[in-house]
Design a protein around this ligand. Sequence first.
Ligand code: SAH
Ligand code: SF4
Ligand code: F3S
Length: 468
Amino acid sequence: MERFTELTILQPADKEGIDELRTLSDEPVEGKKRLYIESYGCQMNFSDSEIVAAVMRNAGFATTSTAEDADVIFLNTCAIRDNAEQKVRNRLVHLNALKKRKPELIVGMLGCMAERLKTKLLEEEQIVDIVAGPDAYRDIPKLVEEAESGQKAVNVFLSREETYADITPIRLNSNGITAFISIMRGCDNMCSFCVVPFTRGRERSRDPHSIVREAQQLVADGYREVTLLGQNVDSYKWETVHFADLLERVAQVSPDLRVRFSTSHPKDITDDVLHTMAKYDNICNYIHLPAQSGNSRVLKLMNRTYDREWYLGKIDRIRAILGNNCGISHDMISGFCSETEEEHQDSLSLIEYARFDYGYMFAYSERPGTLAAKKYPDDIPEAVKKRRLSEIIALQQRISLERNQRHIGQVQHVLVEGTSKRSDEELFGRNDQNKVVIFPRGNHQKGNYLNVLVTECSSATLKVVVIN
Ligand code: SAH
Ligand code: SF4
Ligand code: F3S
């Protein structure tokens, strides 16, 4: 259950195996200094760590998967809820012991919590040498040099242009099959609960040519799936290129390359995008469409700029254009400021109506500096938030199970991603709708596409037999 409340993610990645921390793989050292990096938070942070690794490699660093071996340790942090920050602070306590044994160790805080707290982090956490925000990653080697000379180093400038378009990411902890491509950065929406506009700055889109080139290179390297990432992919815009056009260009890179994307915003997702999805078999039939609440008054307070009817209308459009088989997941927040019991019931009934395949559900956590923190008292008692959250989770689990049960007896197309966490005898992959599928290893290899028959399911996974 914890996973539902703890994991901050833009889209379900591999529900089988996703780790909240991903580390670098080991590289040959040959007298180089070693970097160890941990990522917290959403997929954009994981993707950014791959940029940071590339920048650091150019500066002569090798990567290590063991913190104890490192000369430099980076934590790429998340600020979305209070517990995301607490997790990082707890990690720093552990790193303290390491630094005591190895005083020359350099510890850097990157990402959203670094951006939010800026130099305050240096005051609050003695162990930290470097603070670098999400738009400062080109500057990191210089910050490391400063830290090596005994100074504290900070760069938290946010940029209006930076997209790191020219930096080829180093794929971290990669299965060699699936990869993220960031297509935009920042966010111009001002959802009242959300810290992201403050930690990641203004929205900007990346040159589509560099995106297509990155996808081509991934295919050449044997990858079979890309996920296009942005806080609000539907507002992607580069000159005359809109998100639907970009999606089409990436889908055309190779019919063997699956294309996913995240996150869609209900106010912006267009029929054009849905028609493009319908047109290309290799664009996965899956949409992550955060709702946040099922009640129009609460949605207004949240500044989501759509109401319940608009959201349900989008669900209807998805079903009309892509059919009932399209996978849909959502995000939901329980206990937002002044939410009544009836308004909470509206979130439950929205989940019932939409029949989501999956959900990421959270208790509201007030974030300093946000519109909600300034304007609305955080007045729902913690116990009530938690109880509402558990009702939301229980309902979603029931519906997830029902949605999975309807696949039993269906033949589905699966991309093999690796060995199942539970057993070496089993492999796992995902179907078109992003559901984790488990099957006996046989002679199948990761990267293969298989046709499978679904025989059993839980609320989280499908068990299948391979047809061919
Ligand atoms: N850009 C995405 C969301 C990114 S943050 C979108 O607009 O939907 C991921 C999720 O974290 C959000 O969808 C929201 O459900 C949750 N979240 C964000 N701020 C929160 C807060 N202050 N308290 C609880 N959950 C929050
Ligand atoms: Fe946050 Fe809203 Fe932007 Fe999503 S769209 S990142 S919830 S401000
Ligand atoms: Fe992502 Fe957390 Fe930042 S959700 S954008 S890493 S605040």
